[in-house]
Design a protein around this ligand. Structure first.
Ligand SMILES: [Cu+2]
Length: 325
């Protein structure tokens, strides 16, 4: 029943993409002391511990969606992302950037409900592209653990269980839209030194690609460049074929949010280079064939209120109040 209800809601939202009646608009407020989003590698041990504990705490909170029994608030993020990817409503179209910006904010708010007082943090893969596996984000104590292993107990050969770190006993419920409880998995892409290719498809987010992405001056060119590589390369580099970062349920891997906070930082920096022209620059063709507008509604399927694109363009206005370090 609940599932059918959700499907109905989704269909209605598709039919009325600019309908704002069911949407919560932010109260008029000024952003006087924006939160500062930090690089994970530069955060203090106490900040990292607090973040990790809050992520684990999400697995103890009841689901806001209740679409399957025994799911938690942790699972809701993978579920919502999966549902909105099939049919495709949040990738390959202009809403990709503001929707994921909103999604990261919803996640940060959820972490706050678990005692975390800091801001979202990012994995700076732009500066770590040459040796991504050496990043502090994979630390087994103050990070997210490392690669998966096919010799580990549990998942069988189709998913490589993460064997160390604070999330080694994490059991996400969904896999690519289906109920399929499994251990958190990663399948890092190997490097090919003979071809000068770094591990985890590092050249997909190296200086050459980033210069190209940042060279675009209009949103309708900048957005697709950012979404394909680097964004897609990081998903594929970490998730491979047998890890959670690959399929549509990629928010199962807590690194997803550090990755998407970095994507958001790259967009923010692009906006900052010409704030007058770029803060509200939003253009392109939606997957339904219509032109994208700032009044477009961004669905959250009950995880949070649906949002309006305009409220998520300026990180120091509308529904948001943060900057990047
Ligand atoms: Cu996504």
């Amino acid at each position: 029943m609940k599932f059918l209800h959700l499907v109905t809601l989704t269909t209605a939202a598709l039919a009325l993409p600019s309908d704002t009646r069911s949407v919560t608009r932010p109260q008029a407020k000024t952003c006087t002391s924006p939160k500062v989003r930090k690089n994970w590698a530069k955060a203090t041990s106490a900040e990292k511990r607090s973040y990790i504990n809050a992520v684990l705490c999400l697995t103890t909170k009841p689901s806001r969606l209740r679409v399957a029994t025994h799911t938690t608030l942790y699972d809701d993020f993978g579920y919502v992302h999966s549902q909105l990817t099939n049919p495709q409503r949040i990738h390959g179209e202009p809403v990709f950037l503001p929707w994921h910006r909103y999604f990261v904010q919803v996640y940060e708010d959820a972490l706050h409900s678990c005692g975390y007082t800091g801001s979202a943090m990012y994995w700076d893969w732009v500066s770590e592209w040459a040796a991504p596996s050496k990043s502090a984000v994979w630390d087994p104590v103050l990070g997210f653990g490392g690669n998966g292993s096919d010799s580990a107990d549990g998942n069988g050969p189709s998913k490589l269980r993460v064997v160390n770190g604070p999330f080694r006993n994490l059991r996400p419920t969904y896999w690519n839209g289906a109920v399929d409880p499994h251990w958190l998995s990663r399948d890092w892409s190997p490097g090919h030194p003979e071809d000068g290719q770094p591990e985890m498809i590092g050249n997909g987010y190296g200086p050459g690609i980033m210069d190209e992405v940042n060279s675009w001056t209009v949103y309708e060119r900048f957005h697709p460049a950012l979404e394909s590589s680097p964004h897609g390369a990081v998903h594929a580099g970490v998730g491979g074929g047998r890890g959670d970062m690959g399929p549509t349920s990629s928010p199962n891997d807590p690194i997803f949010f550090l990755h998407h906070t970095m994507v958001d930082k790259v967009w923010w920096q692009w906006q900052q280079r010409d704030p007058q022209n770029r803060t509200f620059a939003y253009k392109g063709v939606r997957n339904d064939g219509q032109n994208a507008t700032l009044a477009d509604v961004m669905p959250m399927l009950g995880l949070a209120a649906d949002g309006v694109v305009r409220d998520y363009m300026d990180t120091k206005g509308g529904a948001l109040c943060y900057v990047y370090q």
